[in-house]
Design a protein around this ligand. Structure first.
Ligand code: SF4
Length: 400
């Protein structure tokens, strides 16, 4: 068995009560069978508390009205850990924020940026992320696993990460090239032409391809696309109650009385037919002006911001891309990575405007881990995001 980890993997250790948030609230923690068996056998003074704090039918820890795990105390420390020690924790609690993607004979281990401490480590890292591998003697076989497609996806991911980490190119160009590669790859996967995938890698190393992508990027208008991606978030399941008000506020700051296509109830400024076109134009102009100013501010005041975006893109692509071996959806996984970083960027721009045009590193950490929690800790949200990425292709691919 081959194991891979990013090079910052061992830098993490939980800061527990020092953490500005907690990973024991907002989502339902499911205990594994082995842990439940162990809990049934616990004796002593903690037994009673344990019996009444678990939903035995569902195998979950009960929560209070604020969706906090019933074992979490006011100091944000776990009472079960204190009473019974680390070994008593269920697999979910022991593992978090470690995340494992499983493939035949391969385990890809990452750390989830939904933990603020992980987000801080990743966003504070200046050097390109490297991936380390080690082997064990274990072997396993999966039914319906296509090792050839998997090996091509691994190659494609390496090429895309190399491009994303090529800091001699502008970030927008790197992103454009990666999307273009994923797009062409998808065409080949669809026509079951896996053998020709290597041609795609070669094609996007050429000067012609780079010029082609640059020209497309220069021509396209992205305002409507960004707004649509932002509003797509209202279609998602909510994990934290404070997320939707946060989105609504950011949306209003960014786009003004924008027309929401996802619903007509949630927004006081929702779209109506009678809405004046001129107002929409004014909102757009204001947005474009703010964006330009924000980008100049970032260049001057946060010179490492582009590196942080690169680290996030590499994080999303390294975590999810090879999952395409199970569903053949390589392109949507890359677009999900790009759109996620785009949305984090939009939320940060709103925060910058709200903070009277300034931003701290902690604002970035906060936005990244909160966004990641809503998306990455909900399977329905991850599935919906992929579905939306299939429907709403980055504009310049629709015209190719
Ligand atoms: S979110 Fe991260 S740092 Fe905070 S308590 Fe959980 S594992 Fe520890």
């Amino acid at each position: 068995m081959l194991y891979t980890i990013p090079d910052y993997y061992h830098e993490f250790s939980c800061i527990a009560g020092e953490c500005e948030d907690t990973c024991c609230a907002g989502w339902q923690i499911v205990a594994d069978e082995a842990a439940l068996k162990k809990y049934k056998k616990v004796t002593g003074s903690f037994r009673k508390r344990l019996r009444r704090s678990i939903n035995w039918k569902e195998g979950t820890f009960k929560q209070d009205k604020n969706k906090r795990c019933t074992f979490l105390n006011d100091e944000n420390l776990c009472d079960m850990y204190t009473a019974l020690g680390e070994k008593s924790l269920c697999r979910t609690c022991k593992m978090y924020p470690r995340h494992i993607e499983e493939f035949e004979d391969v385990r890809e281990m990452t750390l989830s940026v939904s933990c603020p401490e992980v987000a801080r480590i990743l966003l504070g890292k200046k050097e390109p992320v490297r991936f380390l591998t080690y082997e064990s003697n274990k072997e396993e076989e999966y039914d319906d696993f296509d090792p050839f497609l998997y090996s091509k996806l691994v190659d494609a991911r390496t090429v895309m990460i190399d491009i994303l980490q090529d800091r001699s190119k502008k970030l927008a160009l790197r992103v454009g090239l990666v999307l273009a590669i994923a797009h062409d790859l998808q065409v080949r996967i669809k026509r079951d032409d896996i053998f020709s995938i290597d041609d795609v890698f070669e094609k996007y190393q050429t000067e012609n391809a780079i010029q082609f992508v640059e020209a497309k990027l220069a021509k396209e208008e992205d305002y409507a696309f960004i707004m649509k991606m932002f509003q797509n978030q209202y279609l998602m399941e909510r994990l934290r109650d404070d997320w939707e008000p946060h989105l609504l506020e950011a949306e209003q700051i960014l786009y003004g009385e924008s027309g929401c296509y996802t619903c007509d109830k949630k927004h006081p400024w929702a779209y109506t037919e009678s809405r004046e076109k001129t107002k929409a134009e004014t909102d757009k102009k204001k947005y474009m002006k703010n964006r330009q100013e924000f980008h100049s501010w970032l260049k001057e005041q946060m010179p490492d911001y582009e590196i942080q975006c690169e680290q996030l893109l590499v994080y999303f692509i390294s975590t999810y891309f090879c999952g395409a071996v199970y569903d053949g959806e390589a392109y949507v996984k890359v677009q999900m990575a790009v759109v996620s970083v785009l949305l984090i960027h939009e939320l940060l721009m709103a925060q910058w405007l709200k903070n009277e045009k300034t931003l701290e590193m902690e604002d970035i950490v906060d936005t990244v881990y909160r966004y990641s929690r809503e998306l990455e800790h909900s399977d329905p949200n991850l599935n919906l995001m992929e579905k939306l990425m299939r429907r709403d292709i980055v504009p310049w691919f629709n015209k190719s």
